[in-house]
Design a protein around this ligand. Structure first.
Ligand code: HEM
Length: 127
């Protein structure tokens, strides 16, 4: 298996990920009911985000936390949801790619999800 080398590779991971995510018992409803996602319009945004993370490009300028804070207000994103999201993302990456960028994508998926959990579910409680 080869490493993630291009935006096309990122798009391949994301297509496979959202195919799983849409059907997932625990988190599927976010994508089908809370904010119905149309992959044709969403994939370019999400691919740009990951291109920025993995290849230090400058194509993504939105505030990912604000997007998810909005979703969280419509329907709470719990730690269990985030854990399931990470599990699916890691499984998907492992099914398609292996190497430094693949490892980096898994590590960033974990760390951003951890940060999201703190910001959505803990911020303001201890301060
Ligand atoms: C349970 C966990 C999560 C759920 C349910 C979720 C759900 C969603 C939904 C419904 C959207 C579409 C929002 C919209 O169009 O208004 C979205 C967008 C997005 N998500 Fe997530 N998400 C989760 C975790 C994550 C994590 C951990 C990351 C990053 C590592 C991430 C990255 C993104 C990005 C980059 C977008 C595109 C935002 C944009 O339009 O610019 N998500 N997510």
């Amino acid at each position: 298996m080869r490493d993630i080398e291009s935006r096309e590779d990122i798009e391949a991971v994301l297509k496979a990920f959202y195919t799983k995510a849409f059907l997932d018992r625990e988190i599927g409803f976010f994508f089908t009911e809370i904010i119905p996602i149309h992959l044709e319009t969403h994939l370019p945004q999400i691919a740009s985000f990951w291109e920025t993370v993995l290849f230090a490009t400058k194509g993504y300028h939105k505030d990912v936390m604000a997007v998810h804070r909005h979703i969280h207000h419509l329907s709470a994103i719990t730690k269990a949801h985030l854990d399931q999201w990470v599990l699916l993302m890691i499984a998907t990456i492992d099914e398609h790619f292996s190497g430094t960028k693949a490892e980096l994508m898994k590590q960033r998926a974990r760390s951003i999800a951890t940060m999201m959990n703190i910001k959505l579910n803990h911020e303001g409680i201890e301060r």
